[in-house]
Write a protein that binds this ligand. Structure first.
Ligand code: ATP
Length: 215
């Protein structure tokens, strides 16, 4: 079977090191073919993003440029409509056939997964790789819902043996960074360099994104 493909969906309003470094660490730890960064057009579970779709896509492209193994995929933007992950995984499944697909999720996202559109279908389409995030702890034992307990992968190699259906918890270097914090800092005129790549920071400055706005 070919190497698994990683998928990291999100609003990326803006993309930051809390997305990029965990994606790179998972890429290496799980020996993935690549990680696709997929910006949501219209995220269904939250307020509309502040940056436009074009700006969020451009920032993602600037961020991955020069990082081997990371690639931006604009299929949710091209598709339009609500950015349901189930539709995205279906389209990737059509394109990649039997290749294992790994949906990368921060712990916060994993905790909310049962609210996602047709979430029960997601494990049929991809593995879940749940990444640590400061402020959240790995659910264990009873804290893990039974549907998830039955799917636990013992070793990263398990993910390459099937096309979907496993859950793997991956520790990544903790980075207390969120897009919300970045937007708020910019609106207050505080520095954000060090939280995101210089090219993204320059783009934000040049286009006056998140200044004096409601975050
Ligand atoms: P916001 O603050 O606007 O809610 P965010 O920083 O959480 O945004 P998203 O675009 O919503 O970013 O996140 C996309 C994915 O990246 C989610 O699965 C999320 O859990 C994960 N993620 C975001 N920041 C981190 C981080 N610092 N560490 C690990 N995972 C993260």
């Amino acid at each position: 079977m070919s190497k698994p493909l990683g998928i990291l969906g999100g609003t990326f309003d803006p993309i930051h090191y809390g997305h990029l470094r965990p994606a790179q660490e998972v890429l290496r730890a799980l020996d993935l073919a690549e990680v696709r960064i997929i910006p949501a057009a219209n995220p269904p579970h939250r307020r509309p993003p502040l940056a436009t779709v074009e700006q969020r896509l451009r920032m993602a492209e600037l961020a991955v440029s020069g990082i081997p193994g990371l690639r931006v995929d604009d299929r949710e933007i091209r598709r339009g409509g609500p950015s349901y992950t189930v539709l995205t995984l279906e389209s990737l499944r059509q394109e990649f056939g039997e290749r294992p697909l790994c949906l990368l999720l921060g712990l916060d996202a994993f905790e909310g997964i049962e609210t996602w559109h047709q979430w029960q279908r997601l494990p049929d389409l991809a593995h879940f790789v749940v990444m640590t995030r400061p402020g959240w702890i790995f659910p264990a034992g009873e804290a893990l819902p039974s549907w998830a307990r039955d799917r636990l992968a013992r070793a990263p190699g398990d993910l390459a043996q099937a096309r979907a259906g496993k859950i793997y918890f991956q520790t990544v270097t903790p980075q207390d960074i969120s897009a919300t914090r970045i937007r708020e800092a910019i609106a207050r005129g505080e520095p954000v360099d060090g939280l995101l790549p210089p090219a993204v920071y320059e783009y934000l400055r040049a286009n006056r994104i998140y200044l004096n706005r409601e975050n």
